[in-house]
Design a protein around this ligand. Structure first.
Ligand code: FES
Length: 156
């Protein structure tokens, strides 16, 4: 067991865990942050997608020992605070367009979408079809058309 320190949703935290425990389980089981969901555990399905230093990543694939003290982890729970509102515009678009069916994987999709929009903005361009194609996961509910519409609305 070792101490691991990092920033989580704006707060510096320290947690005791084995070095090889995946960050997803530290978040969910030790810290009670359950927005990131478990799907594949392999970095494929995007259900757990969160942000590290503003970029999308999959905490199911990262041992907690690889997270540095100055790394800033943001989960869906901390997303609204990044824009100083009760909801991030992407979350508002998700609600306005009634995207979710079962909703299980939606936090991961929203976090992926926000990262893609940020990346496009940093490159000085609008979100494009190629970005939207990369935001698919293995959602069985099949709400992809609404997901694409919501990402375009949330990017504005
Ligand atoms: Fe992390 Fe599938 S559970 S990518």
């Amino acid at each position: 067991m070792a101490s691991h320190t990092f920033k989580l949703n704006g707060e510096q935290i320290t947690v005791e865990a084995e070095d090889d425990v995946r960050l997803l389980w530290v978040l969910r089981d030790l810290l009670g942050v359950t927005g990131p969901k478990y799907g594949c555990g392999l970095g494929v399905c995007q259900a757990c997608t969160s942000h590290i230093n503003g970029k999308a990543f999959n905490p199911c694939s990262v041992p907690v020992s690889k997270v540095a003290p100055d790394d800033e982890i943001t989960t869906i729970e901390g997303l609204p605070a990044t824009v100083g509102k009760d909801l991030h515009p992407m979350q508002e678009a998700w609600l306005d367009l009634d995207v979710a069916q079962c909703g299980y994987c939606q936090p991961g999709q929203i976090m992926t979408a926000v990262a893609k929009v940020r990346q496009a903005a940093a490159e000085g361009r609008e979100i494009e079809d190629r970005d939207l194609d990369e935001i698919r996961n293995i959602c069985r509910c099949g709400t992809y058309n609404r997901i694409r519409d919501a990402i375009r609305a949330g990017a504005k």
